[in-house]
Ligand binder design. Structure first.
Ligand SMILES: *Cc1c(COP(=O)(O)O)cnc(C)c1O
Length: 229
């Protein structure tokens, strides 16, 4: 068995184990394989091992990869920072965008989504305390942004995403995930029909699942260490 298929299997086991601990159904957590920096052949190998959801962060890298894999039935998620001039291409090629952090970008994605396609699934990236990346809307703005985004045709607001600072301390790992889940609960209480919490990566997916993650985004634990050179 190849390294990628072993990585996937280990990762699925971790998800099952965490679900057992959290008293959740394993089907309630979807695994997004983050293939950024890895070639199309790696995606093919993962697909052969039963993986269907893939995430990319850099549009220029992603576009040729997606084109080369068009023969496969894959669900592509854009998870990287979004520049205004990239919205058209993202809206045309992806099924999901996890990194919407301002209304203008949501509007541009909505305008660019081809009418014959189903609505683009979007999550609001939230900068919870100690966020590793500078991106994301402040927690205090997230609910207001959600109310604006649900008015846009062409988009379907699915929920929220965060990228907390990496830490090995399981209690510290859970705190930002809990904050995102509380936001999610608030949104639902306010009648906003979200169903997705995109949180947890290779190092902290268990903590995220314990706090209610419905999508975990995993790169390293599946494909190995990334080489950016
Ligand atoms: C790269 C990336 C991941 C995957 O991180 P790993 O630690 O390799 O699992 C997840 N989410 C986002 C937004 C990323 O950019």
């Amino acid at each position: 068995m190849g390294a990628i298929s072993t990585g996937l299997q280990d990762c699925r086991k971790r998800i099952e184990q965490a679900c057992r601990l959290a008293n959740r159904q394993p089907e309630s957590v979807r695994l997004l394989a983050v293939s950024k920096t890895f070639p199309a052949t790696a995606v093919r190998e993962a697909h052969q091992a039963g993986q269907r959801l893939f995430g990319e962060s850099y549009l220029q890298e992603a576009l040729p990869k997606l084109a080369g894999l068009a023969d496969l039935d894959l669900e592509w998620h854009f998870i990287g920072p979004i520049q205004g001039n990239k919205t058209r291409s993202i809206a045309e090629h992806f099924g999901w965008v996890h990194s919407v952090d301002r209304f203008r970008i949501a509007q541009r994605l909505a305008e660019a989504r081809p009418v014959e396609r189903p609505p683009l699934n979007v999550c609001i990236q939230v900068n919870v305390s100690g966020e590793a990346s500078k991106h994301g809307t402040p927690l205090a703005n997230a609910l207001a942004l959600a109310r604006e985004i649900v008015t846009l045709p062409g988009l379907r607001l699915r929920g929220f995403m965060c990228i907390p600072l990496a830490t090995d301390d399981p209690d510290k790992q859970r705190q930002p995930f809990r904050q995102l889940r509380e936001l999610f609960d608030q949104a639902r209480a306010a009648g906003i029909q979200v169903d997705t919490l995109s949180m947890g990566m290779s190092g902290d997916l268990e903590a995220a699942i314990l706090e209610g993650a419905t999508i975990v985004r995993v790169g390293t634990a599946i494909f190995g260490k990334r080489d950016y050179t």
